[in-house]
Design a protein around this ligand. Structure first.
Ligand SMILES: [Fe+2]
Ligand SMILES: [Fe+2]
Length: 317
């Protein structure tokens, strides 16, 4: 029974808004009772009931998760800045909302959804920069179940963590840098699904097509009018490698932009940590070990060391 519902914070329900999901309360026997019906206005009456009864948690059915996060998307900034909501809950909200949009983008790549995705990254950037424990909470939510829509979200999260350690917000437009991380693989969506979703290693010919995804991503963002100097370098260079073995241009060392160095570490780490049908997921510890030993010269060492510290300092490895 427990599995069918997830907990929400009562504070996220805004008075006078229409709520597109049913809301439940749990009684002392652990039974769920409907508190508020879908598609009706959430009035002050409901809010007062919560206040009078000191309810600190409400519940939503997992089958309504998309509607819940869609509702949050419209009040995203307000919720992420609400002092009555804790950072762990905010991280859950941020992660769920951005993952829902990433899923929509994956299902149908278009300019309007790409813009929704980009708009949601600004409040997340503020949340991450303002709160020391935000990255830790977000990392704990990253899924190791590889999917084309949770990979960019994971890379966004790991990238934000590392960028926060390395880049001064006064000198860089971090909203745009973070947006680049979340969009780094958008070009993959224009590659035939049988190639990028293949459940076995790619053939040589398929690799030739796959390796075009940085350029396709650049073209797509340009077409959507979403290309910025930050997303341009990240999308084009995230597969370049420190020792020159990457693609598409075979750049090396400081020919590779700082933002792309960060993205390539986050990207490789997520690819190793994720479960793929053709190999097991690696633990964070093991993924970092593979990067340090087997992929030794592929990353800028100074950046890589900071990335390892990110996990150690947060007690996550
Ligand atoms: Fe990529
Ligand atoms: Fe990627």
């Amino acid at each position: 029974m427990e599995q069918t519902y997830f907990k929400i914070h009562p504070q996220v329900l805004r008075i006078d808004s229409t709520i597109p999901f049913d809301v439940y309360i749990r009684n002392i026997d652990g039974e769920y009772a409907q508190f508020h019906s879908k598609d009706t206005a959430y009035t002050a009456h409901f809010h007062n009931f919560i206040f009078i009864n000191s309810l600190s948690e409400l519940f939503v059915k997992k089958s309504d998760a998309n509607n819940y996060f869609f509702y949050l998307e419209n009040i995203f900034s307000e919720v992420l800045n609400d002092p009555f909501i804790g950072n762990k809950e905010k991280a859950f909200i941020a992660h769920g909302t951005i993952t829902t949009i990433a899923m929509n983008l994956f299902q149908n790549v278009n300019a309007a959804t790409a813009l929704r995705y980009k708009k949601a990254i600004k409040p997340i950037t503020e949340f991450v920069l303002k709160n020391d424990d935000s990255v830790k909470h977000l990392i704990m939510l990253t899924s190791n179940q590889y999917h084309e829509y949770n990979h960019p979200v994971n890379v966004g999260i790991f990238g934000m963590g590392l960028a926060k350690e390395m880049l001064n917000p006064e000198e860089h437009n971090l909203t745009e840098v973070f947006t680049g991380f979340f969009l780094h693989d958008i070009g993959k969506y224009t590659i035939p699904k049988e190639i990028y979703q293949k459940n076995s290693p790619l053939t040589e010919q398929e690799w030739v097509i796959m390796k075009k995804h940085p350029q396709f991503g650049y073209d797509l963002l340009k077409k959507y009018n979403l290309l910025t100097p930050e997303s341009e370098v990240i999308v084009l260079q995230h597969h370049e490698r420190h020792n020159g073995t990457g693609y598409p241009a075979g750049l090396n060392r400081d020919q590779i932009h700082t933002y792309s160095k960060i993205c390539s570490i986050a990207d490789a780490f997520d690819a190793l940590s994720a479960y793929r049908p053709f190999r097991d997921a690696q633990s964070s510890y093991r993924a970092l070990e593979i990067m340090r030993e087997e992929m030794k010269n592929e990353f800028d060492n100074e950046f890589f060391k900071k990335f390892v510290l990110l996990f150690r300092n947060q007690g996550l490895d």
